[in-house]
Write a protein that binds this ligand. Structure first.
Ligand code: ARG
Length: 458
């Protein structure tokens, strides 16, 4: 029954059949496998390796199989190992002897390599669309909150006032780079291994240029040994995905903190929160926590793939069959996380007042006071010292810098004049950040303009 059974005297142990098989997971590739086979069958006829009638029969058979799989009419067989041999067997069962000609000038090694590339090409397009949606949402929130004041942190300690619009645009930059990384990965992925044969090329006068055109690849793998051995495009994709997950996870961590009573900066919508089985009052940000958690899976998948590939001699080795579970898991997770995160973000309520209130404590205008003294002639290190003493004084008196009178200011340095009282207002601290790329409104507007330009072109 085995398609390769000729040289064997005994059949495989049923345990080995099960162990060896990938059909339980690689059936996901059915559409792309058939797509590759149809192109291959066309090419075989065009190159006069099989007749036009034979090719036509094969293609019709494959199309019927595709429709039947889609209609849920097919049950795959573990004894036939993988999606490639399941489909080939279905084909010969349906169209007879001529089906056995499909695998001429082809090996499962170039077949599986082309299947994964075709599959991943489609999925990268899907993920790029989800990223685009998220980029659009970030622009919307940034526009709406270009004047919403909040604390900016380092070490999770209040550092300097910024706006929520600015904060959102920081994430925009990260996800924009992620988008570029996927584009870049696509460039190297969209190169065709089909026609490489098992490892050495084939003895047939095939037309790989025709195949390339038919399947929409940018170019053809230059070296057939490399074409069937390489999975670095999978690793590159999972790496780009790990980066997306890392960014999502940081964002989720912030949103989880912001959603706590301690911060109270945001409130997740009920539809993106869950309750507790014991504590009736609870409303938990499970969605954000799960995205943070699933990031671990994708990192794990990356290490998994690197480890599978690390010591494989050229060319194909069965170890490589293990590339699919981590790849599929990554694709499913990154797609789901991007989609759900975007919705969660769009439905979350932003408590502007709490954010603003949080900027009042924590001496967030201390650097601005130091800069004021510098502009009036004091070296920065000396100004830092003066303001440090002021902060200590405020802590001891239980005051904020804003509570100090001009007389108190003057006690720390004779340089201070009335205008300091204006300089320390939170809105002014933000507006005075004149450097390119700062949190000031004009600067964030510029970011938003450039961001829109980027998204509109996608
Ligand atoms: N199921 C195999 C895989 O996913 C297909 C390639 C098998 N090739 C071979 N020579 N055994 O890697």
């Amino acid at each position: 029954m085995k398609l390769w059974g000729g040289r064997f005297e005994k059949s495989t142990a049923s345990f080995v059949d099960e162990f060896n098989a990938s059909i339980t997971f690689d059936q996901k590739l059915y559409k792309h496998d058939i797509m590759g086979s149809i192109a291959h069958a066309k090419m075989l006829a065009k190159s006069s390796i099989i007749t036009k009638e034979e090719s036509k029969k094969i293609i019709e058979g494959l199309k019927e199989i595709l429709a039947d799989i889609e209609a849920g009419k097919i049950s795959f067989q573990i004894e036939l190992e993988d999606i490639h041999m399941n489909i080939e067997k279905l084909l010969t069962d349906r169209i007879g002897e001529v089906g056995k000609k499909l695998h001429t000038a082809r090996s499962r090694n170039d077949q599986v390599a082309v299947d994964i590339r075709l599959y991943l090409r489609d999925e990268i397009i899907n993920i790029k669309q989800s990223l685009k949606n998220l980029l659009g949402s970030l622009i919307e929130i940034a526009k709406e909150h270009i004047d919403t004041v909040m604390p900016g942190y380092t070490h999770l300690q209040r550092a300097q006032p910024i706006t929520l619009g600015y904060h959102m645009m920081a994430y925009f930059q990260m996800f924009q780079r992620d988008y570029d990384r996927l584009d870049d990965c696509y460039k190297r992925l969209n190169i065709m291994p089909l026609g490489a044969g098992a490892l050495a090329g084939t003895t047939y006068n095939t037309d790989r240029e025709f195949l390339r055109e038919e399947l929409g690849f940018f170019s053809i793998c230059e070296n057939s040994l490399d074409a069937v051995s390489d999975r670095d495009f999978v690793i590159e994709f999972v790496n780009a995905s790990a980066m997306i997950m890392m960014h999502l996870s940081r964002f989720c961590e912030e949103v989880i903190l912001w959603n706590s009573k301690e911060f109270n900066f945001v409130e997740m919508d009920d539809s993106y929160s869950t309750g507790s089985s014991i504590m009736p009052q609870k409303k938990n940000p499970d969605v954000a926590e799960l995205i943070r958690g699933k990031t671990g899976r994708v990192y794990g998948n990356l290490i998994n793939l690197f480890t599978i590939m690390k010591a494989l001699p050229l060319a194909y080795n069965k170890d490589m069959q293990e590339d699919k579970p981590p790849l599929f898991d990554t694709v499913e997770n990154v797609k789901a996380c991007l989609e759900i995160f975007n919705e969660m973000l769009k439905t979350m309520t932003i408590n502007k007042d709490s954010m603003r209130k949080a900027t009042k404590e924590g001496f967030m205008n201390a650097t601005d006071v130091a800069d004021y003294l510098v502009k009036k002639g004091l070296p920065f290190r000396s100004a830092h010292e003066v303001v440090g003493k002021m902060v200590l004084y405020c802590i001891q008196k239980g005051k904020s810098i804003d509570d100090l009178t001009i007389e108190e200011f003057k006690n720390f340095s004779s340089i201070f004049t009335e205008d300091i009282l204006d300089v320390i207002k939170i809105e002014n601290c933000i507006a005075s950040k004149v450097s390119q790329g700062s949190t000031a409104k004009a600067s964030v507007e510029r970011m938003i303009d450039k961001a829109k330009e980027f998204v509109d072109k996608l």
